[in-house]
Design a protein around this ligand. Structure first.
Ligand SMILES: [Zn+2]
Length: 205
């Protein structure tokens, strides 16, 4: 747990994604299977769940969207290309790993360049068709596109090699100070971590 500028960082428990809170926006909600955990973190951090107005899911995978139901009053925002996998769990792109997940209405279908507070949406497909990252000029919230220490998202659950290559190339050009990924630790010197991911991807794929 920690705070980077105006972003509160909550480490995911088990296979839960990390969650990030920017004012009244919650980015990713974990699997939803650790209900008490997210509630206890909110309490510890003084976050009222009724103050969360918007949930942004960086992509459709259940380990990022499964907890959406925990904040029933929030509007859900997902990239337009991943929205079908959230709204219809029979969608071929829905990934559940056999967990019992719920469908969610998507209230706002996100496009590249949309703004949330100081953050701009960068469409970063490759892990899923509608994966997004959020960047404010300093902080990159990267979902499952790129992780600390040169990690990048798997391609075998709705992914695409060429799209991932392009997305990593896009992110590699940014002056990222803080990298806040969908899983694992958040780090400073973000640009170095993204560059490493870009290099490792190009060497190995
Ligand atoms: Zn994922």
């Amino acid at each position: 747990m920690g705070k980077i500028k105006n972003v509160i960082c909550i480490e995911g428990l088990g296979s839960d994604s990390n969650s990030y809170v920017i004012d009244n926006i919650l980015v990713d909600t974990g699997t939803g299977m650790n209900e008490g955990y997210l509630a206890s973190k909110f309490k510890e951090l003084g976050i009222e769940k009724d103050d969360i107005e918007t949930i942004i899911n960086t992509h459709s995978h259940y380990d990022h969207t499964g907890g959406n139901y925990l904040i029933p009053n929030a509007k859900i925002a997902v990239h337009e290309l991943d929205a079908p996998a959230v709204e219809n769990i029979e969608c071929p792109l829905t990934v559940t790993f056999h967990h019992d997940i719920k469908r969610h209405d998507v209230d706002r279908k996100i496009k590249n360049g949309d703004k949330f507070e100081d953050f701009e949406v960068i469409h970063t497909p490759g892990h899923t068709p509608g994966g997004i990252s959020l960047f404010d000029g300093e902080i990159l919230i990267s979902g499952d596109t790129v992780f600390a220490d040169g990690g990048f998202g798997r391609l075998d659950i709705g992914g695409n090699h060429d799209q991932m290559k392009n997305s990593l190339e896009t992110l590699e050009k940014l002056d990222v100070e803080y990298l806040l990924p969908g899983h694992g630790r958040w780090v400073n010197n973000g640009k170095e971590h993204v560059k490493l991911a870009y290099n490792l991807f190009n060497e190995n794929f």
